[in-house]
Write a protein that binds this ligand. Structure first.
Ligand SMILES: C[S@@+](CC[C@H](N)C(=O)[O-])C[C@H]1O[C@@H](n2cnc3c(N)ncnc32)[C@H](O)[C@@H]1O
Length: 227
């Protein structure tokens, strides 16, 4: 059951729909071993696909920001393949923050790791905006209420967003096919998501959103681009 909360506090923003934080129980009960979670077992393929589509469109990616990095597996593969000069990684989970900071690979990169939510991320913290590429993979289902302010903020922070979110129909399918239910998630329809995304981003490919602030878009083929 989704909680109704008009003005959530900083702590409440970091809780799922069931009122629980993204700490030990979440990673044990929902995430499990991660071996069957999209963008975990196949993180390398996602990163290769992203690299390939940016190469094809001749778009340079020199900075990467991950909003809700979790185990950091997709982040790691994305950083390895794009080799960005600047990386931002945020997540409200203290456990995931500690785990990321303990990983050796991050030492080779210019990376800022912040323990915060997208909602609480302060734009004035950044001198150089936007980042070329953002990642927000399977995160916004954990954010309560109107997501327009979230997308409004994100479209100013990144030019492109590698994005995915399960919709109501996806949850129905996952329940039927793999008996998966997520009590931490706020469930929304595709229509609800599109209404909140469309003012700020265009869909330009699978899992790929382009900020409407990108003026010189390389994605010009009409059939594969939202108006
Ligand atoms: C399903 S995991 C996805 C992790 C990672 N993006 C991936 O693809 O493997 C969801 C993550 O979203 C984070 N999260 C939840 N609410 C958030 C918020 N309001 N802002 C940023 N991250 C959030 C959780 O802590 C968790 O790490």
């Amino acid at each position: 059951m989704n909680r109704k909360n008009v003005n959530p506090t900083e702590e409440e923003l970091a809780l799922g729909a069931n009122g629980l934080p993204f700490e030990v129980e979440y990673w044990r009960d929902i995430y499990g071993s991660g071996t069957d979670v999209d963008a975990t077992f196949n993180a390398k393929e996602h990163a290769r696909y992203a690299k390939s589509i940016f190469n094809l469109m001749e778009i340079k990616v020199n900075s990467v920001a991950d909003f809700g990095f979790g185990k950091g597996i997709l982040l790691k593969e994305t950083v390895k393949i794009f080799k960005p000069g600047r990386v931002l990684a945020i997540d409200p989970s203290e456990q995931m923050l500690d785990e990321l900071l303990a990983q050796k690979w991050i030492r080779a990169w210019n990376i800022s790791v912040l323990n915060t939510t997208v909602q609480d991320l302060d734009l004035s913290y950044f001198i150089h905006l936007p980042f070329d590429l953002g990642i927000c993979n399977s995160v916004v289902q954990y954010i309560q209420g109107d997501l327009k302010p979230v997308f409004e903020k994100l479209h100013k922070i990144v030019k492109y967003l590698y994005f995915s979110v399960p919709t109501k129909d996806d949850y129905i399918r996952m329940k039927k096919e793999i008996h998966f239910e997520d009590p931490y998630a706020f469930v929304r329809t595709k229509k609800q998501y599109m209404k909140m995304i469309e003012p700020y981003f265009r869909r330009v490919g699978f899992n790929l959103l382009e900020s409407r602030l990108v003026a010189d878009s390389r994605f010009t083929d009409q059939l594969f681009k939202d108006d």
